[in-house]
Every structure is written in structure tokens, then in C-alpha cells.
Design a protein around this ligand. Structure first.
Ligand code: P71
Length: 462
């Protein structure tokens, strides 16, 4: 048997949705109108939409069929119980607190566990996660391995927690000021980089012996499981379903945005082991999200979600093809000489904007400028993941200056073909070729929090 057989997606296409290529003039006008922020573009003006892999997946025929049997009872819908069963079977958590999406779960978790003055260590920040930790009066402290901040380190598990950094945080603040450690699987802001099972186990041992909880952000745990199977010794012959169980085993609970791995367009949940913590979460849930048996989702949302959770682990080929497509785009860009975060991660390709636009200072928003240019070139929509996303320090009010200044091209699941990926690579390469003509931006409108969503910019006079 050959070592590297070629592979293809384990599905075929039954329904298509037309997309339209715009003219350069239309795109110039659209991006100016959007204040050079791709979040403010109309989707109709986008040709290939790689803004996010969140809520943009194509559902299967089974999931669409599941929508039809959604139970819309206000309380105790059968769809809710099917979701509870799916989460128990696939993730192994007994207590399910459904939410409208991931940030709803982060809000509830932060409110039940964080007291003002607390510190929450985590393996790199995520925007909404950190927002809710700060909103509850806590402070996030980054304890990810140094390699995560280096776009070119080939460390196989750049999402790992640095145990020495974690121990130093516990020494400084004391275990009683640390309600939990927040561990994200396949770390988004690092480029979709995995955590190893050995590291998850070490973190859990360290924390549980000090009375500190471990809460996963298991939003992309499936994609993390794929990398464990490929890269961590001892797991080559495990199924993805088995590895996923092993990931969640080393935790006390998890927040999940179901808009990613779970193959639905909306939904999320908080899952816990401790029934008492779950009781407190449900108390808040009814005020902020909805009754504890729907939490912001309709019956059909929960039904499609339950089906998506089972489907994502039904065959290992699903996640292999998904990550294979991401790797295909990454390889194409590398061949064309575009600097990207390596190893290529799970949900998208991250372009090193600081390297492409090395003539620009971080204060003139190189990743924001490059994202806008990539849209102007080929109608491809990406997202800034650099200084704009990092926001300002709540105490000093200065820009936080992340070491990674990236453009993310996130790939929706089961939506685009290999030819779309070729077009994306060609567009990015064309922009990289004329990189010296690309100037910086000035921020003309800055929201107070989560500014990247709605900030507006204009080109600096060159
Ligand atoms: C992504 C998103 C969606 C997003 C969120 C904020 C800014 C821009 C785009 C959402 C995540 C995520 C992780 C690891 C929690 C959430 C929030 N990601 N954790 O990557 O990646 O979930 O969107 O369902 O509320 O485009 P939510």
C-alpha cells in the first residue's frame, strides 16, 4: 500500500448556491464604503468568502432533514434531549447548558466562576472569551508556549500551555485567585494550532492538585483531534471519536461555539461535570439566553446540532478532508512564496502581514491594509488578526501589540472546491507581488470594545 494515497471529500454536492464576481471598480467602491473593514462589506460584494469558518458550514442532507423534526415546545423539547445525548456520547460531559452561540456560553461561565480581581490563565486570548473574562472583573494572562508567537516555528503543538508560565502565575497570584485555567483546543489566534494530549493531561494534573478547574474552549476540538492522530505518538490507530473523548477527559467542562466543528449555522453550549455548577449556570441562563432546555436555540437548531455533532465523528474522513483542504491552500501559498504561519493550522491559512508589508509600522495596521487589498484584488474576503483585533489594554489605554500581525483566510466546511482555493492563492500572490505599493491605514472610528468588528479606516496619504 502506498503511504500517501490521494483522498477526496466523503460527500458529493446536491445543491448549489450561485456566487458572483464583481468588477475592480465595484470592489474599490465597496471597500471604501466599508471603511476598509471586511466585516462591513455586504456579502453580495464578495466572491469567495473566507471571513470566517463560523456558522458558514454546509449542512448535510441528514441535518436538513433533522430541521423538519425539530420540536418547538417551549420547555422540555425532545430535540433538547437528543442534543443532551449527543453531547454525552461524543464529548462525554453529563451536564448541558445550551446557548445561542459560543460567546453566550463564555458569558455564563465567566459570570458563575470569576470574582473581581481574579486571574484567568489561558493558552492565548480569544477576543470574545477575554472580553467576558474582563467583563466579569477578571484578568486574562497568556500562558501559551513561546513558539505560538513565532509564525515560523514548526513545533507540532504550538497550542500547548507552558507549565512553567502557568506555575509562575499561580505563585504570583495564589491558587485562590485563579478560578480556572482556560484551555483552547486548536488555538484560533495562533493560527489554528493544536494542543497535545500529554499537555492537556499535565495541565489537568497540575490544576486539580491545586483546586483549580480546567475549562476547555472545545470549539475546534475535532480539528485538534485530527492533529493528535497525525502527530502525537501512541494515537495513530485511535479513531477521531476516541481521541475527542480523551481530550475532554482532562477537563471539568467546556464552552463550545457549535458554529465550527459541529457543522451548524447557529448554536453553542456550556458543558460541565459538576451538577452544582450547572445549576448555577442555568439560573443565569434563564435571564440571559432562554429557558434551560433551549438557551437561545430553536428546536430545529438543536435537532440539526445534535445531528452535526454525531456526523462530525461518524467517519475520520470528514475531518481529514476538511483539514486537507486547508493544507492544500497553505501549500499553494507557500509554493508562490507567500509567508504564512506554519505548520498550517486547522481552520484556515494565516498570512504573515508583518512580513509581506515589512515597510509598514504596526501602528498603521498592516494586516488590516493587506486584508483590504486581498479583497480589492480578487473579491476574496479575509479577516484582520493583528493589532486591531488585539484592542487596547483596559488599564493603560494603549494599543496591545501582539507579536502576530496576520490576515486570516478561514475556510468554511464543505462549501468551496479546490478550484476556489486556486483562485484564492492566485489573488493573494498577485497582491504580494505589488506589496511595495500598499500603504498603511488610519483609524477614523474606533468602538470602545471588540473594535475590529465595526472600526473604520481610510488610506494614509502616501
Ligand atoms: C471566528 C469566530 C467568530 C468570531 C468571533 C469574534 C470575532 C470574529 C469572529 C468564535 C469563537 C472562537 C473560539 C475559539 C469562541 C468563539 C465565539 N470565532 N471561541 O473564528 O473561535 O463563538 O462566535 O459562536 O460566539 O471567526 P461565537
Amino acid at each position: 500500500m502506498r503511504a500517501h494515497r490521494s483522498w477526496a471529500e466523503p460527500w458529493k454536492i446536491k445543491m448549489v448556491e450561485p456566487i458572483r464576481m464583481t468588477t475592480p471598480e465595484e470592489r474599490n467602491a465597496a471597500i471604501a464604503e466599508a471603511g476598509y473593514n471586511t466585516f462591513l462589506l455586504r456579502a453580495d460584494d464578495v466572491y469567495i468568502d473566507l471571513l470566517t469558518d463560523s456558522g458558514t458550514s454546509a449542512m448535510s442532507d441528514r441535518q436538513w432533514a433533522a430541521l423538519m423534526i425539530g420540536d418547538e415546545a417551549y420547555a422540555g423539547a425532545s430535540s433538547f434531549y437528543r442534543l443532551v445525548d449527543a453531547v454525552r456520547d461524543v464529548y462525554g460531559y453529563q451536564e448541558l447548558v445550551p446557548t445561542h452561540q459560543g460567546r453566550g456560553a463564555e458569558h455564563i461561565l465567566s459570570q458563575i466562576l470569576i470574582e473581581p480581581g481574579d486571574v484567568v490563565p489561558g493558552n492565548m486570548y480569544f477576543t470574545t472569551t477575554r472580553f467576558h473574562q474582563e467583563h466579569a472583573g477578571g484578568r486574562f494572562v497568556d500562558v501559551i508556549v513561546d513558539e505560538a508567537h513565532d509564525p515560523y516555528s514548526l513545533h507540532p503543538f504550538k497550542g500547548n500551555v507552558d507549565l512553567d508560565k502557568l506555575a509562575a502565575v499561580v505563585d504570583t497570584y495564589g491558587a485562590e485567585r485563579i478560578p480556572y485555567v482556560s484551555v483552547e483546543t486548536n488555538v484560533n489566534m495562533a493560527g489554528g494550532q493544536p494542543v497535545s494530549l500529554a499537555n492537556l493531561r499535565d495541565v489537568y494534573d497540575f490544576c486539580s492538585s491545586r483546586g483549580i478547574l480546567v475549562m476547555l474552549d472545545a470549539t475546534r476540538a475535532l480539528e485538534n483531534a485530527h492533529f493528535i492522530k497525525e502527530r502525537e505518538r501512541g494515537y495513530e490507530s485511535w479513531t477521531i471519536a476516541e481521541i475527542l473523548h480523551e481530550i475532554t477527559r482532562w477537563s471539568d467542562g467546556a464552552t463550545v461555539s457549535s458554529k465550527k466543528d459541529n457543522l451548524v449555522n447557529i448554536g453553542g453550549f456550556l458543558a460541565l461535570r459538576d451538577p452544582e455548577l450547572a445549576r448555577r449556570a442555568r439560573e443565569l441562563l434563564v435571564a440571559f439566553e432562554g429557558l434551560h432546555t433551549y438557551g437561545g436555540m430553536s428546536g430545529r437548531d438543536m435537532e440539526a446540532l445534535a445531528a452535526g455533532i454525531r456526523e462530525m465523528v461518524a467517519t475520520d474522513d470528514h475531518v481529514r478532508a476538511r483539514i486537507g483542504q486547508v493544507a492544500y491552500l497553505g501549500d499553494a501559498l507557500l509554493k508562490m512564496g507567500v509567508p504564512i504561519v506554519q505548520p498550517v493550522g486547522g481552520h484556515g491559512v494565516f498570512i504573515d502581514a508583518a512580513a509581506v508589508l515589512d515597510h509598514l509600522d504596526q501602528d498603521v495596521f498592516p494586516a488590516q491594509a493587506l486584508t483590504a487589498e486581498i479583497y480589492r484584488e480578487g473579491g476574496v474576503r479575509g479577516m484582520e488578526r493583528g493589532i486591531v483585533s488585539a484592542g487596547r489594554d483596559p488599564v493603560s489605554g494603549d494599543h496591545r501589540r501582539p507579536r502576530l500581525e496576520l490576515v486570516r483566510l478561514a475556510i468554511p466546511r464543505r462549501v468551496y472546491t479546490q478550484s476556489h482555493m486556486d483562485v484564492v492563492a492566485e489573488s493573494v500572490a498577485a497582491v504580494a507581488e505589488r506589496r511595495h505599493e500598499i500603504g498603511g491605514l488610519r483609524m477614523t472610528y474606533e468602538p470602545e470594545s471588540l473594535r475590529f468588528f465595526q472600526a473604520r479606516f481610510e488610506p494614509l496619504a502616501s
